[in-house]
Design a protein around this ligand. Structure first.
Ligand SMILES: [Zn+2]
Ligand SMILES: [Zn+2]
Length: 345
């Protein structure tokens, strides 16, 4: 089968190759991949700036159809349309696994990083990780489930949005835009999303098209003044950090109101980032760090998609065949795209 393989460490070393179809275990299903989105972490693997184990097929934001079911699998059949959580090799018996938090299991080895992923004709997945795609979603639309589940985990499961909250989302990449829309769907009074100069062309206009109340270029406008204006000087009820930019992380703590909530999802390039620690302490902020996603995040996303509260097609700017992956990666990198999805016939 055709697969996009990261051959070896170092920048580049990424190519379409013909490799064998995966051999599945009795508790797994074999899925014919129909669509797989390009993620920021795929670009980082291309650049050798994210952990992975080569040689490995990359890609993890996938949707497909079951073609073969392992002997121990119950409840799934050939032809079922599915998306999947990413917690392959989670042990199933540690505290994290037993409390529904397999995303944090120390044994987890996610597809697309440490085991073969989904920029390929087929992928094998343990059946307990699957979720059914609602009938009114295409495979391409369903490929947005994984990044949206990351947003749902950080915004809904871990931080929480209350009725009439003023929500500030820092960063307008695909997850930032989905997070902003999710906050609206959850009953926020006002949602502000931020970007920088390179977002002026596509992503900030997209935020406006999505009906986000305020889409702000922080290099041209005074974000703190806007938040003050919108909240009678109190600060935002909730700040969601999705840019990963250290100055924005600092600002996340400054723009939340007293007893406000800060959700951190964006991944900064360095381990240490300056935060106003005493200020955060004496404003009694609640801070939730978050990565990956869990069962409830996926179920919430698929429900939001099914009832049209979030329409995944609005976030997908380009659909390309697998063999145009290079163009897809370039479009994602430049900010000319919102989400690029590679489609397999
Ligand atoms: Zn991703
Ligand atoms: Zn475990």
């Amino acid at each position: 089968m055709q697969a996009l393989v990261k051959r070896a460490r170092g920048p580049g070393n990424l190519e379409l190759r013909d490799i064998p179809v995966p051999q599945m275990a009795p508790d797994e299903v074999l899925i014919r991949v129909r669509a797989c989105g390009i993620c920021g972490s795929d670009l980082k693997i291309q650049d050798d700036q994210h952990p992975y184990t080569p040689p490995v097929v990359i890609g993890h934001e996938f949707a497909g159809q079951i073609v073969k079911v392992g002997g121990d699998v119950k409840g799934w059949a050939k032809g079922d349309r599915v998306v999947s959580e990413q917690h392959t090799h989670a042990c199933g018996h540690c505290r994290q696994c037993l409390t529904g938090n397999a995303f944090a299991c120390a044994s987890k080895r996610s597809p697309g990083y440490f085991t073969d992923g989904a920029f390929a004709e087929f992928i094998k997945i343990p059946a307990w990780l699957l979720h059914r795609i609602p009938d009114n979603l295409s495979f391409v639309e369903a490929a947005l489930s994984e990044p949206a589940a990351v947003a749902a985990h950080g915004v809904l499961d871990r931080t929480g949005i209350g009725p009439e909250d003023v929500v500030l989302v820092l960063g307008c990449g695909p997850i930032g835009l989905v997070a902003a829309k999710m906050a609206q769907a959850e009953g926020a009074a006002k949602v502000i999303v931020t970007g920088i100069d390179r977002d002026e062309e596509v992503r900030l206009p997209k935020a406006r098209e999505l009906g986000i109340d305020h889409a702000v270029n922080v290099m041209r406008a005074d974000l703190a003044a806007l938040v003050e204006d919108l909240t009678r000087g109190e600060g935002a009820d909730v700040v969601i950090e999705l840019s990963g930019a250290p100055p924005a992380i600092t600002q996340a703590f400054q723009l939340a109101r007293r007893l406000g909530r800060v959700g951190i999802i964006g991944q900064p390039p360095t381990d240490e980032v300056a935060i106003p620690y005493r200020e955060a302490l004496f404003r009694a902020l609640t801070v939730s760090f978050s990565y990956s996603s869990k069962y409830t995040s996926w179920e919430r996303v698929l429900s939001l998609f099914e009832r049209g509260a979030i329409r995944p097609a609005q976030f997908i700017s380009h659909v390309l065949p697998l063999d145009e992956w290079e163009r897809g990666f370039d479009l994602s990198r430049s900010g000319e795209a919102v989400k690029v999805v590679l489609e397999l016939e």
